[in-house]
Design a protein around this ligand. Structure first.
Ligand code: HEC
Length: 124
């Protein structure tokens, strides 16, 4: 995936978050592509669980799109993951406790640490 596609995916993700906060309708969301259901990283809805939501919407926005390195399926230690999240590293932004509270971060780090490797992406 190239940079432009990654940015497009992130833009799509932000649009979904915004619409989710707005009006609730039962209408299927349609994308600019015309009649196509908008999915975010293959998901059709935003997870209700807080940690799941941060993992999918925040971390995977970069780490499943080629913006950041793959972090799933690598058995990364939770302590190291939390260190990266709290402090950031070069292109990785830091997330404060106001953004992701400690309890949620513990669970996110656990999820990343025990996650399976991502399925290979189909050629685009
Ligand atoms: C804005 C994009 C972005 C977001 C959002 C983001 N990361 Fe990152 N992350 C990066 C980039 C880019 C790097 C590589 C940093 C470098 O080495 O320059 C990175 C590095 C990492 C690393 C180190 C991986 C390695 O192999 O060195 C971990 C662990 C990590 N991120 C975890 C997370 C977690 C957990 C979240 C969600 C809370 C998250 N990141 C959210 C962009 C992001």
């Amino acid at each position: 995936m190239n940079g432009i596609q990654a940015r497009a995916l992130i833009a799509l993700g932000s649009a979904l978050v915004l619409t989710a906060c707005g009006t609730k309708t039962d209408q299927p969301k349609t994308g600019a592509g015309g009649g196509q259901k908008v999915t975010y990283l293959g998901k059709e809805s935003i997870p209700k669980d807080k940690a799941e939501m941060v993992f999918q919407q925040t971390c995977m926005a970069c780490h499943a799109t080629g913006v950041g390195p793959v972090i799933t399926g690598r058995d990364l230690p939770p302590e190291a993951i939390k260190m990266f999240v709290r402090n950031g590293n070069r292109a990785m932004p830091a997330f404060t406790e106001a953004m992701i509270d400690n309890e949620t971060l513990d669970r996110v780090a656990q999820m990343v640490s025990t996650s399976k490797a991502p399925a290979p992406q189909p050629a685009q």
